[in-house]
Ligand binder design. Structure first.
Ligand code: PMP
Ligand code: GLN
Length: 413
């Protein structure tokens, strides 16, 4: 977002040099813009309805029954057990909940602590690009360097030749996000197998980001840890936020071999020590929900995905139907847009909708410059309102009168 006064892009006189340029996250920036302009916020990925009432009640009960002091550093035993049972139930992965599971402040802390714990200064971390915005920030803090391997539009397949070429003597680990934000891709078996083969051949570690593991609409999620040779070298990270629609609770976890978990725990204890005491028992309840809950959550989001994607296609965007997650990418090139960053900056003023340019998830990549990320984890009427407003792109320009207030949900932003 270049030619606008932007606190995020200015050099800060006080910020350490290794963190210069990180600025304000695109999600915070765009949610603030949505609020300021009364726009429908299809930017930051948070649902506008709450998760299961019985899970919310479990948190209320935990607060009322005094579970409000520091929990154990690794997380409460019942949640660690629930995480281990969840991995066994869905993936057949057996874990010792005492030594192989660590509760964290969301997936973000787990991923950051992992990079801090596992990387020496100057180490390289291979990652598919576009990538989630906390990865470069975590790498910068660890003094590590990201080596990006492109996911190429329109299929967003992983470039396996580039993956093989990305390995250097400094490569320490591969950071794998599947299901993927922002593309909505679920890595194929051949892609995961190629990653696993490279990790084993070069004796690399893997850290996975599986926060969208249950929100899969086409295909299926298969953890990298299940591939041959990977269980002993993979730290798997996930979180309750997306699966249970409680993104603000920030309860996540890392699991895998005890030595990897212990290394991450060492760092984690000096980042937050612990978090979310009353939310931890509630997430334990959530992880034990019947299969029907997980299927229904995905089915509801699939309907939202379809509503948004059909609408965007009708408006002329090039849409690649996401297989998973919260987000759909629209190529605005057919609308004559070459610079999605500029387009997204102008969109709130023009029609009252906020979305995120895919360029926010990548370095200079001309092939992704016209792509826009829209969140579909919103009620159908909110998606319809957004689509109605986007239809105005074809009509009268910026700030025209008659714009209605954005529908707001029970979750205040
Ligand atoms: N990884 C990805 C790919 C994400 O989209 C997000 C956003 N939820 C996170 C990690 C962060 O998850 P949490 O809120 O649990 O820290
Ligand atoms: N993961 C969310 C997204 O991609 C944002 C979470 C955040 O704002 N840190 O929109």
């Amino acid at each position: 977002m270049s030619d606008r006064p932007d606190p995020g892009s200015r050099r800060s006189p006080h910020l350490a040099s290794r963190l210069q340029g990180l600025g304000t996250t695109i999600f915070a920036e765009m949610s603030a813009l949505a609020e300021a302009t009364g726009s429908v916020n299809l930017g930051q990925g948070f649902p506008d309805t709450d998760g299961p009432p019985e899970v919310a009640e479990a948190a209320v009960l935990a607060i009322r029954s005094g579970r409000n002091q520091y929990p154990p550093g690794a997380g409460i035993p019942e949640l660690r057990l629930a995480v281990a049972e969840h991995r066994l139930r869905f993936y057949g992965q057996a874990l010792d909940s005492d030594t192989e599971v660590l509760v964290t402040a969301g997936a973000t802390e787990a991923l950051t602590a992992a990079l801090l714990a596992l990387c020496e200064t100057g180490d390289e971390v291979i990652v598919a690009e576009p990538y989630y915005d906390s990865y470069p920030a975590a790498a910068a803090r660890a003094g590590a360097r990201l080596r990006a391997v492109p996911l190429r539009p329109p299929s967003w397949d992983l470039d396996l030749d580039a993956l093989a070429d990305a390995v250097t003597p400094r490569t320490r680990l591969v950071l794998v996000n599947s299901p993927h934000n922002p593309t909505g891709r679920v890595l194929r078996d051949r892609e995961l197998a190629a990653i696993a083969e490279i990790c084993v051949r070069h004796d690399l570690l893997a850290v996975t980001d599986e926060v969208y593991e249950h929100l899969v609409y086409d295909g299926r999620h298969r953890p990298l840890a299940l591939y041959p040779g990977m269980a002993e070298r993979t730290l798997s990270v996930s979180s309750a936020g997306k699966t249970f629609s409680f993104t603000g609770w920030k309860v996540g976890w890392a699991c895998g071999p005890a030595p990897l978990v212990a290394a991450v725990r060492t760092v984690k204890q000096f980042l937050t020590y612990v978090n979310g005491a009353p939310f931890q028992p509630a997430v334990a309840v959530a992880l034990g929900m019947p299969d029907g809950y997980f299927a229904a959550a995905a089915a509801a989001l699939r309907q939202q995905r379809d509503r948004l994607c059909t609408g965007l296609e009708g408006l002329g965007f090039g849409v690649c139907l996401p297989e998973a997650g919260y987000f759909a990418l629209g190529d605005a090139a057919p609308l004559g847009v070459g610079d999605a960053a500029r387009f997204c900056r102008e969109l709130p003023g023009r029609v009252g909708v906020v979305a995120i340019p895919v360029s926010a998830f990548s370095e200079q990549r001309p092939d992704v410059a016209s792509f826009v990320r829209f969140a579909f984890c919103k009620r159908l009427e909110v998606l319809d309102e957004a689509l109605g407003r986007l239809a105005g792109l074809q009509g009268p320009p910026a700030g025209s009168p008659g714009m209605t207030a954005a529908p707001t949900g029970p979750v205040e932003r």
